[in-house]
Write a protein that binds this ligand. Structure first.
Ligand SMILES: [Zn+2]
Length: 267
């Protein structure tokens, strides 16, 4: 899926955890932002597709393969590889906690790491689940050269690649995710004496959105699955857009297409 849908999903996860918390507005904002970052981070492995990768990072690291070969390859640093695994967010979270301890001139010990986890548990959960939902969202896209995501890295097994949805232009899914975010932000207006209701509401909205998301994913009338590369690439993309037009109707589809055209990357 595209980076915007992934980031919005992380934000949606963040809105649930922010609503659950009794924290201040500022802290809630940080939880939501952290969820968004967690949702975006896995696709950082697409940096090898950057036009200047070979001349900069590739040369600096003395890599034997071009950025394009790396992106479409099966190296641990290729797209959908180690950074699309469950162990990646754990390693990243621990690294950030340790760096934070060092910067605050504290002893790096198991006890201090445990204390940091306890204090920042909602931020950590937002990052972790934002990250994990990104991995899950990539599974219904086509196999292509990867065959899913390397969920259990360092195992070499790739999971997903089901071809239920196209890589991007899944506007219906974006609208579902955006609705979850909007409703969860809205319920935060209520004071904390309604905390029990707020918690029930945001969790219900999230799972309702998740159910709708899965339903939409599983009921596309076209099978987008392909292995390696496909000659039907543009045909699939057009079919995916035509499905969106029939789901959203002309007016909403035009609005979403306009937004899509203004965004300088795949959405
Ligand atoms: Zn991804």
């Amino acid at each position: 899926m595209d980076i915007i849908s992934h980031t919005l999903t992380g934000i949606a996860v963040g809105t649930v955890l922010a609503t659950i918390s009794k924290n201040s507005g500022k802290r809630k904002g940080l939880i939501i932002l952290t969820g968004g970052i967690g949702g975006a981070i896995p696709d950082f492995d697409a940096i090898s597709l950057w036009s200047k990768f070979d001349l900069t990072i590739g040369t600096f690291l003395g890599l034997n393969h071009s950025g394009k070969e790396i992106y479409f390859g099966k190296f641990w640093y290729s797209h959908h590889a180690a950074l699309h695994s469950l162990i990646a967010p754990v390693v990243l979270i621990l690294t950030i906690l340790i760096v934070n301890l060092i910067l605050n001139r504290k002893v790096v010990s198991g006890l201090n790491i445990f204390k940091s986890i306890k204090v920042n548990k909602l931020l950590i959960l937002a990052f972790f689940f934002g990250f994990v939902f990104h991995l899950l969202e990539d599974m219904p896209t086509p196999s292509s050269v990867w065959g899913g995501v390397n969920l259990f890295f360092p195992s070499s097994i790739y999971i997903g690649g089901y071809g239920n949805i196209w890589w991007w232009n899944n506007y219906d899914l974006v609208l579902i995710i955006s609705s979850v975010i909007a409703l969860n932000l809205l319920v935060n207006i209520l004071p904390n004496r309604f905390l029990k209701f707020k918690r029930w509401f945001c969790i219900s909205v999230f799972f309702l959105g998740l159910g709708l998301f899965i339903f939409q994913t599983k009921t596309r009338p076209v099978d987008f699955s392909y292995i390696d590369h496909t000659t039907k690439y543009y045909e699939f993309e057009a079919q995916s857009k035509s499905i969106q037009k029939s789901i959203l109707g002309d007016k909403l589809f035009q609005i979403m297409s306009k937004i899509d055209n203004r965004i300088p990357f795949n959405f």
